[in-house]
Ligand binder design. Structure first.
Ligand SMILES: *[C@@H]1O[C@H](CO)[C@@H](O)[C@H](O)[C@H]1NC(C)=O
Ligand SMILES: *[C@@H]1O[C@H](CO)[C@@H](O)[C@H](O)[C@H]1NC(C)=O
Length: 400
């Protein structure tokens, strides 16, 4: 039983660790051949969304030719490349978006992105477009365009790129907000061919790292330690030999879960206060409720009446009720968080596997507990185990 539980837990911790290490992308754009047989002076492997940008700039004509290559999030999705002359992110992005129109042809349209709220509207943009085409093959969209930039445009520009999963009635739908999507921006030097993730690079890298840390802290505390602590309390104390060990295990498990959970909760509040334009209200509210409930639960430890006190029965109801509420909310919120962070599917699968293992263990222990209690009852005809009593009237440690 122990090993069936340890294995998925090990896999999960290995996965959690590898989340902290950023994936690297091999340099491939220089070996790409483009179907329009055009040669571009520069090419860049962009740092996120598996995208590539080839481009040439003619300072005399002020024309910029680009080929932007990216896999859309789903086959019927879209890809976008944009210059942002007034900022560094999505707001103000002068965008070229390539997708399949309702007639089934690949098309490129321009959008002045002025708000985070969908739908976006086709419009004129900061540059004029001499020609633009797109093609889709091998799960990748290639967007070709020649732009005429305004005179005296700065040759160091901020650019943004993006991919989306769907197009509704000829309008590209909202994209995901995973770290890869949010980091798809940088600066581009038209003359030297240098591109970088710009001044925002280190801050967005550290943001990704902080999101991963937030995820790990909370999965470990709310998602694993709390449920394990409940299993310890519910099942270990059936065995007289495990007393008072179960109590110390339970209390230290839940106390460390609380400490780690509060750290994770703090990182979540910080991340929430920094995220502009989109909010995860449900995840945030459940997180705040969890913090409040868990804090009350910690007080329960110190307010615990003596075992034979007349209020002990009510204390038990309150402590157990709160515990199970925290259990359910924690698991719901871990899944909400996983959906927001949107890591590779294996993370979610690993967490589900661990939960199933815990559930199997709990069911087995529940069965064992009943057998033990029934035997005890028939042997000594003592009080049955009712889930609210503390067994055989044993004195709990720390309870005076
Ligand atoms: C884009 O929209 C903003 C807000 O409406 C406007 O101020 C700006 O001039 C527009 N840009 C272009 C190039 O039309
Ligand atoms: C171009 O942009 C860079 C960095 O954004 C800035 O330092 C520089 O002064 C700008 N040059 C012009 C001519 O506006």
């Amino acid at each position: 039983m122990a090993s069936s539980f340890a294995k998925p837990l090990l896999i999960l911790s290995a996965l959690l660790l590898s989340l902290l290490i950023s994936p690297s992308q091999s340099a491939t754009c220089s070996s790409q051949t483009l179907s329009n047989n055009k040669l571009y002076a520069h090419c860049n492997d962009l740092p996120s969304l598996d995208s590539y940008l080839h481009y040439s700039y003619d300072p005399v004509q002020s024309t910029l030719s680009v080929a932007f290559i990216a896999p859309p999030a789903k086959p019927n999705g879209w890809i976008a490349w944009a210059i942002n002359p007034t900022g560094s992110g999505m707001l103000g992005a002068q965008s070229l978006i390539a997708f399949r129109n309702s007639a089934g042809q690949m098309t490129v349209k321009t959008y002045n992105i002025t708000s985070y709220a969908p739908p976006i509207k086709e419009s004129k943009v900061w540059f004029s477009v001499k020609d633009a085409t797109a093609e889709y093959s091998g799960n990748v969209i290639r967007l070709f365009a020649t732009l005429v930039l305004p005179e005296k445009a700065n040759t160091s520009l901020n650019h943004v790129w993006q991919v989306g999963a769907s197009v509704t009635n000829g309008v590209p739908d909202k994209h995901d907000f995973s770290p890869a999507n949010l980091n798809a921006k940088g600066s581009l030097d038209l003359l030297s061919g240098q591109s970088s993730s710009g001044g925002s690079s280190s801050s967005s890298d550290s943001r990704v790292k902080r999101k991963n840390i937030h995820g790990i802290l909370n999965v470990v505390s709310w998602g694993l330690l709390f449920p394990i602590g409940i299993i310890i309390a519910r099942y270990l104390r059936t065995f007289p030999s495990a007393d008072p060990l179960w109590f110390y295990l339970h209390a230290s498990c839940q106390l460390s879960a609380y400490v780690i959970g509060v750290a994770g909760w703090g990182t979540g509040l910080k991340l929430g206060s920094e995220s502009k334009g989109f909010q995860y209200t449900g995840h945030r509210n459940i997180g705040i409720a969890l913090f409040a409930l868990a804090t009350v639960q910690i007080f329960a430890l110190f307010l615990r009446p003596q075992k034979d006190h007349k209020y002990r029965f009510y204390w038990n109801i309150y402590h157990h009720g709160l515990g199970y509420a925290i259990l359910v909310l924690s698991i719901v919120n871990v899944f909400k968080g996983i959906d927001i962070l949107n890591p590779a599917k294996k993370w979610k699968h690993a967490y589900i596997t661990v939960l199933i293992a815990l559930a199997v263990i709990a069911v087995l222990l529940e069965a064992i507990t009943w057998v033990v209690v029934m035997r005890r009852k028939s042997n000594k005809s003592t009080k049955p185990y009712d889930g609210f009593s503390d067994g055989q009237g044993r004195q709990l440690p720390l309870s005076s």
